[in-house]
Design a protein around this ligand. Structure first.
Ligand SMILES: Cc1cc2nc3c(=O)[nH]c(=O)nc-3n(C[C@H](O)[C@H](O)[C@H](O)COP(=O)(O)O)c2cc1C
Length: 355
């Protein structure tokens, strides 16, 4: 039996234990998408988690959906993330940037170019977006042309190269949570009639092409990918084809030799076991509703190699020590999740702060 405290390897990264920090948007970037002044401190504080997956980072102007999220495609972004990577490395951690293109989960008020969002098909997600002037419906997106698809893949490539230039240890491709890659996978968001729509194979093509391009650019061992099979979010409905969809996708990604596959909210135990069997690399499994007592279950059962933590990591810079010693955990405050300054970002207390 493997325990949660044993070391492991993800790609070429040697990790001291099986916990990691899950990607969490914090919306504290500067106006131009450069990580904010407290970002280095925030991530470095959590370096004992070993592997830190960053907040969603847009690979282009088109990729942004929320206010004040960081990018990784301009020189300023690279310099900003370099400071974060240096600070994390100085504390002995590793940093992976989550490349998040939101597709139709956006609003022109929230992007630098204020253009209509891009998506596989011109179908609005039916959700409201937070904007500077309050909540507004996400508009009908523009269906991507073949040129848009090629440009977006090039944007992912450039963003991945920029992340490595900044000193990050790798990137995680966001193919979960209703964003662009998930939109291509889902029959109710992708009604294309070209070779990117219709069949499971065609709907998977974009995600596979993005992963292939990014792996070619920076090396497969520095690339992870996050999926959320069956998750109905952002207007996504995979219908009854979820199992076929992800069997095909994961089967097609497997030969690329990526560092890891990261599943989020996968409630279908049979599918999870199938994906485990199909996937040759490390598997990161994030389930809902965990407790400190159940946290190690997937590791002990040989399902997961690594278990990422979201809100516990957000609210406890020393979450590793706390879990190791059975100490209590600070509660995360949703009021300070997005936007603002140090409050609820870099000021969560450590156990030693109470001495
Ligand atoms: C404030 C906040 C922001 C999040 N932002 C992202 C994100 O940018 N990308 C992503 O894939 N998941 C995001 N998530 C989901 C987390 O990665 C994680 O899957 C979720 O919080 C469940 O894990 P937990 O129960 O340990 O918190 C976010 C969650 C929170 C709480």
């Amino acid at each position: 039996m493997t325990t949660i405290w044993e070391p492991t390897t993800v790609g070429k990264m040697m990790l001291p234990h099986r916990l990691a920090m899950a990607p969490m948007t914090r919306s504290r970037a500067l106006h131009d998408g450069t990580p904010g002044p407290l970002a280095a401190d925030y991530y470095a504080q959590r370096a004992s988690l070993g592997l830190l997956i960053s907040e969603g980072v847009q690979p282009s102007d088109d990729g942004q959906g929320y206010l004040s999220t960081p990018g990784i495609y301009r020189q300023e972004h690279i310099s900003g993330w370099a400071a974060v990577a240096d600070a994390v490395h100085a504390e002995g951690g590793r940093l992976v940037l989550q490349l998040m293109h939101v597709g139709r989960t956006s609003h022109p008020d929230n992007t630098p170019h204020h253009r209509q969002p891009l998506a596989p098909s011109a179908i609005a997600p039916g959700i409201d977006m937070f904007t500077a002037s309050g909540m507004q419906p996400a508009p009908v997106p523009r269906a991507m042309t073949i040129d848009d698809i090629a440009q977006t893949i090039a944007d992912f490539r450039h963003a991945a190269a920029s992340a490595i230039q900044a000193g990050a240890d790798g990137v995680e491709i966001h193919a979960a949570n209703g964003y662009l890659l998930h939109q291509f996978l889902s029959p109710n968001a992708n009604t294309r009639t070209d070779d990117h729509g219709g069949s499971v194979e065609n709907r998977s093509r974009f995600a596979i092409d993005v992963a292939t391009a990014v792996a070619e650019e920076i090396g497969a061992e520095r690339v992870g990918i996050r999926v959320s099979p069956g998750l109905a979010i952002g207007g996504i409905d995979e219908g009854d084809g979820t199992r076929d969809q992800y069997r095909h996708l994961v089967g097609a990604l497997a030969p690329l030799g990526l560092a890891y596959l990261h599943t989020f909210q996968l409630f279908d135990e049979e599918l999870l076991r199938e994906l485990r069997a199909l996937w040759p690399g490390a598997l990161l499994v994030l389930r809902a509703g965990r407790t400190p007592e159940t946290l190690a279950q997937d590791i002990d059962a040989g399902i997961a190699d690594v278990v990422p933590l979201g809100r516990w990591a957000l609210a406890n810079p020393d979450v590793v020590t706390r879990l190791r010693t059975g100490a209590s955990l600070n509660d995360a405050d949703p009021a300070t999740f997005y936007g603002g300054g140090a409050a609820g970002y870099t000021d969560y207390p450590r156990l030693t702060d109470h001495d």
